[in-house]
Design a protein around this ligand. Structure first.
Ligand code: PGA
Length: 252
């Protein structure tokens, strides 16, 4: 059985002090039945790692660079993240793809190095509204997976996570229906079967992201191929993220 995950992507929100306060509150909740991952900004990783040590909360970075050191002003490397106690890294988030113009090739290089450094990638894919409306859902996901993971020696399936985040559902209040999510997740699992083998495909966790809230988490995670959620806005508030963690369905 695939252990489900509730992951919070804090984007460019919260100070180190606010990070500590949030983690103190969340770690005092009863131990959840799903894995819990929080992705604060780089600046708050240190506070998050020390505050979450020995608890059920794992810490992710929101991005990394594709080289481990050098003259790359403003960038942070996988080796630096690992040395700071970070265990996960979100890669290919739609804001990285569309606001910062990261290509599948950029994401591929980052993913390759992140894996070599022992970070667990949360590898994001998702289509834009116009692509969905013109019937390109599958071809967009296929391209993002095939180019993004090209030549990568994938680790054991429990050390790699995929997140399906339709761009039109991120931060818009518009969620994919559980059926839409299931259809995309089933396709992604089938695609992973073709590229990484049936065993990997059965074991890899695929999260849904895009306007996840306490009220829609149970229905989404009840679907057989939805193995958890990647939450933006609703992960910033302890009560709402706590409700999401509690609502993640253990079994479909
Ligand atoms: P949202 O963001 O939950 O605010 O829609 C999701 C994400 O960007 O991962």
């Amino acid at each position: 059985m695939r252990k489900k995950i509730a992951a919070g992507n804090w984007k460019m929100f919260k100070t180190p002090q606010e990070t500590r306060e949030f983690l103190r509150a969340i770690k005092s909740l009863p131990p959840p039945s799903c894995e819990v991952v929080i992705a604060p900004t780089y600046l708050c990783l240190d506070a998050a790692v020390s505050e979450s040590a020995g608890t059920f909360v794992q810490i992710a970075a929101q991005n990394c660079y594709s080289q481990n050191q050098g003259a790359f002003t403003g960038e942070i490397s996988p080796a630096q993240l690992r040395a700071s106690g970070v265990t996960h890294v979100i890669l290919g988030h739609s804001e990285r793809r569309h606001v910062f113009k990261e290509s599948d090739q950029d994401i591929n290089k980052k993913c390759n190095l992140a894996l070599k450094e022992g970070l667990l990638p949360i590898f994001c894919v998702g289509e834009q509204l116009a692509e969905r409306k013109t019937g390109q859902l599958r071809s967009v996901l296929e391209k993002q997976i095939l180019y993004g993971l090209e030549g990568i020696d994938l680790p054991a399936a429990d050390k790699f996570v995929i997140a399906y985040e339709p761009v039109w559902a991120i931060g818009t209040g518009e969620t994919a229906t559980p059926e839409d999510a299931q259809e995309a997740h089933a396709f992604l699992r089938e695609l992973m079967g073709r590229t990484a083998g049936a065993d990997f495909a059965q074991k890899v966790r695929i999260l849904y992201g895009g306007s996840v809230k306490p009220g829609n988490t149970a229905a989404l995670t009840a679907k057989p191929d939805v193995d958890g959620v990647l939450v933006g806005g609703a992960s910033l508030d302890v009560d709402s993220f706590g409700q999401i963690i509690a609502a993640v369905r253990i079994q479909g």
